[in-house]
Write a protein that binds this ligand. Structure first.
Ligand code: NAD
Length: 465
């Protein structure tokens, strides 16, 4: 049984905030050597609890060991290693050339932690999406409070045990709970807030954070399209799409939500997708070790309703008792389909045929900018047209999802799919304030702007032109 959701403990939340503020002001977290040591300590603690995480991810989402390691635990280790290797360089202050009117002087950019960061995580990758931003917050020298999702309670418990086993609450704290607890935390006015979740909740989180003018990064969702051009290698496309879509039973923020396929190849693509699903998960995916489950009954019911359609081309079987929904392909279908109204966030893949690439691009442009976009083609000109022609967070050409596994590629949405970036250096930058400092010598004071002795207008105009 999943542990019960507790009401927010307002006193404890306020106390943690106070303790973290005091500890941050002690200056201990600012030293890059300290940050590196804490990252190392975090890695060791996760290693220590690795089997507990594997078990929890299975209980929460039926993730196989391979999936849990490759999509969650392994990604966190990589992020820690990368941050440990670069944290000293990232934290270095940089000198820049002072402008002519600032001479003699020295201009510097200092990267410093915001203070106490608040990280609110979702349930779909409940470990990775909490620890990756936490790594960036630590690397940048902040203290942090993390709030795991109440919908993945087993992972939340292990997260709490892991962090509390090696860190005092004044440095890193875990607060469990649901929306009410999130709100109570946001109201504490943390120095930075990183929220990952739905666009709808993201909007109210931003509104709430605005009351305290807390700077935010919002990692949100939306409907991410995959465009399949007539020139695509269809066997490869089917494998990449099926893998990206049905991994974690479709509960992935950057999964291809739907496919726009050139009418000339759409039918063949649908056939190949069906074959690929059989190849990946067998005739009965319910028996496959590598296939996940829906997080809870509410989401199961939401998804089941999307299956009441005549366009089920493959799949469609489901079982409420085990929260199972078969990998499902809807084809041919259209924007009138209920599945096209909102982000699907489940193992249902609609294929909508298009007549021309321009038509496909217009369809995407007319809707909120997606978090991800995928393109399958062998033509360079098509790549250029699509990559330059639509706004989206990030994406892939002839692949799905993999763009987010690189520490070197900033990850985040645009418009309704999010605000701000993370991963690697981008994550460090997110949790760092850029403090600009100009130093002028006290011996020399050029009277360039004082009212009684300022520059002539001619010189002023020459400098500020
Ligand atoms: P959610 O928005 O329901 O919840 C996310 C977190 O916010 C949870 O910790 C939850 O307790 C908390 N929360 C819920 N209601 C709240 C409220 N009113 N005020 C403050 N906090 C609240 O999202 P979810 O269902 O956990 O995750 C699914 C969504 O997240 C999908 O839309 C998906 O696309 C998106 N997502 C985005 C990314 C990304 O990196 N961009 C990653 C994973 C998931």
């Amino acid at each position: 049984m999943a542990p019960e959701l507790k009401a927010p403990d307002f006193r404890r939340i306020a106390e943690i905030r106070r303790e973290q503020r005091t500890y941050f002001l002690s200056g201990e977290t600012r030293d890059p050597r300290f940050r590196k040591a804490m990252l190392d300590r975090l890695r060791a603690a996760i290693k220590e609890h690795e089997s507990a995480f594997l078990r929890a991810l299975y209980l929460d989402l039926h993730k196989s060991e391979f999936e849990a390691y490759s999509n969650e635990i392994g990604i966190v280790y990589r992020e820690i290693r990368y941050a440990m290797r670069h944290v000293r360089r990232w934290s270095r202050r940089r000198s820049v050339l002072p402008d002519i009117h600032l001479l003699p002087g020295r201009a510097r950019i200092i990267r410093e932690p915001y203070g106490s960061a608040l990280i609110i995580a979702p349930w779909n990758y409940p470990m990775q999406l909490l620890f990756v931003p936490l790594v960036s917050a630590i690397a940048a020298g902040n203290t942090a409070v993390v709030k795991p999702s109440e919908l993945a309670p087993h992972t939340a418990e292990v997260t709490q045990r892991t962090i509390e086993s090696v860190f005092p609450g004044r440095y890193l704290a875990v607060v469990q709970g649901g929306a009410e607890t999130s709100t109570a935390l946001i109201d504490q006015g943390f120095d930075y807030l990183l929220f990952t979740g739905s666009t709808q909740v993201g909007r109210s989180v931003m509104e709430r954070a605005a009351q305290q003018l807390t700077p935010v990064t919002l990692e949100l969702g939306g409907k991410s399209p995959a465009i399949v051009h007539a020139s695509a290698d269809l066997a490869l496309t089917a494998r990449k799409l099926a893998w990206g879509k049905f991994n974690n039973a479709g509960q992935t923020c950057v999964a291809p939500d739907y496919v726009l396929a050139d009418r000339r190849i759409a039918g063949e693509l649908a056939d190949r997708l069906r074959e690929t699903v059989r190849e990946f998960y067998g005739e009965n995916p319910a028996e496959s070790d590598g296939y996940g489950r829906i997080i809870n009954l509410k989401h199961f019911e939401r998804l089941r309703a999307l299956l009441d359609t005549e366009s089920v081309f493959h799949g469609g079987r489901h079982d409420a008792a085990t929260l199972y929904i078969e990998p499902t392909i809807l084809y041919p279908t259209s924007w009138k389909e209920p599945a096209m109204e909102e982000e699907i966030f489940g193992p249902i893949l609609p294929i909508i045929p298009f007549e021309s690439l321009e038509e496909a691009l217009t369809t995407i442009r007319d809707r909120p900018s997606p978090l991800a976009l995928y393109l399958f083609t062998r033509e360079r000109a098509v790549r250029k047209t699509v990559m330059n022609g639509v706004r989206f967070g990030g994406g892939g050409i002839n692949c799905t999802i993999l763009q987010i596994t690189s520490n070197r590629l900033p990850f985040g949405g645009i418009g309704q799919s999010g605000v701000g970036k993370q991963h690697g250096k981008a994550g460090f930058d997110t949790f760092s304030h850029t403090k600009s400092v100009l130093t002028q010598p006290s011996r020399i004071d050029l009277p360039l702007a004082y009212p009684h002795k300022h520059l002539g207008m001619r010189i002023l105009r020459a400098i500020f032109r």
